[in-house]
Ligand binder design. Structure first.
Ligand code: PLP
Ligand code: SF4
Length: 329
């Protein structure tokens, strides 16, 4: 298929400069970052960026910064500690009743604050057919697990054929009651939510899709259409966001984000405290500040718009509510 430059995902520092998304003086710094952490900016995301604004909250999420090459003392490669909870390649089983299936590690965009940044990338960790079947066999053989959570990378990057295969195999397991997907595709590359992709999701199980979005402006017209297609097909839509300095670190920005989600039938589920992945310190918002921002929403906006504010415990302890105690810890 013929594609013009404008229709292609930008994957290099020089491409960002050519598109006017990075000042030429920062190209070599961004190229150095790209040797370690992949760049991807889809056309739809490029179109959301106000290049004239040096503090643009969309650009901040995707445009590399030299600071990424500095690892702070407290930052670690696998902050959610997936590795020790991996019974078989592609599966993470930390909680008794649910487990993650990571069929690939590619994403439509690469977020500069990603907690899995040491493993995600375009080369991306696609499980072989045999590995995928073995991972699905693990779900079939583990009756305590009643919820399968497809994540990655981004499961909506799979071909409809492969996604349908996973959905059919999970749907055929009697003890699986709920299937959940975590995805950034509906906002960052909504054209991938084709009729074929929606059809691939067909299941008799309860199906939830948790959309990752951090700013109200991510809900573009194409994103709205993609979310509508998903909603029409019976998928329950949830939202997850990361609290990020310079992106959504005001009550106003959070209010606008959660209201945008609700307008698109997305129920805010989690607001995550930033995980301490390498080179992400510029995005950190202290939990006591996060608690204040979240408290400001109470009374101001409908309870439908309140997510649960959570933090990942270090060393694989799982998610905890952010409370004044977390703040003291
Ligand atoms: C976050 C996470 C889940 C899902 O947790 P919920 O609180 O149910 O959303 C499951 N497994 C792992 C390993 C996780 O990190
Ligand atoms: S979409 Fe998710 S997994 Fe992919 S780079 Fe962004 S935060 Fe990481």
């Amino acid at each position: 298929m013929d594609q013009t430059i404008r229709e292609q995902t930008i994957r290099t520092a020089s491409g960002l400069v050519a598109a006017g998304l990075l000042p030429p003086g920062r190209e070599s710094e961004a190229a150095a970052v790209a040797t370690r952490y992949a760049i991807a900016v889809t056309p739809i995301v490029a179109g959301m960026i106000d290049a004239a604004d040096p503090a643009d909250p969309i650009a901040r999420q995707y445009i590399p910064d030299g600071a990424e090459l500095t690892t702070a003392a407290w930052e670690i490669d696998d902050p959610t500690a997936d590795a020790p909870f991996t019974p078989i390649k592609g599966v993470v089983h930390r909680y008794p009743d649910r487990a993650l299936l990571k069929p690939l590690l590619a994403c439509p965009v690469y977020c500069r604050f990603c907690f899995r940044r040491e493993v995600v990338g375009p080369g991306g960790g696609l499980l072989s057919d045999a590995e995928l079947e073995a991972a699905l066999d693990w779900f079939a053989a583990t009756p305590a697990v009643t919820e399968a959570i497809l994540t990655g990378g981004d499961p909506l990057m799979l071909s409809p054929r492969r996604l349908a295969r996973i959905m059919q195999r999970l749907s055929a397991i009697p003890h699986i009651q709920v299937i959940r997907l975590h995805s950034r595709v509906p906002v960052s590359d909504p054209d991938r939510v084709t009729e074929a992709q929606v059809a691939a999701l067909e299941t008799e199980k309860a199906l939830f899709l948790c959309v990752h979005a951090n700013h109200a402006r991510e809900f573009s017209a194409p994103a709205a259409a993609a979310l509508r297609r998903l909603n029409r097909s019976g998928v329950v839509l949830l939202g997850q966001s990361v609290l990020l300095r310079g992106v959504n670190d005001t009550s106003e920005a959070l209010e606008a984000l959660f209201r945008a989600m609700l307008r698109h039938r997305v129920k805010p589920y989690y607001l995550h405290q930033l995980d301490a992945a390498p080179g992400t310190a510029r995005f950190a918002v202290p939990p006591e500040e996060g608690l204040r921002l979240v408290a400001n929403l109470r009374g101001r906006v409908t309870g439908l718009a309140w997510p649960t504010y959570v933090v990942e415990s270090p060393g694989g302890g799982g998610k905890r509510l952010v409370t004044a105690q977390v703040q003291a810890a």
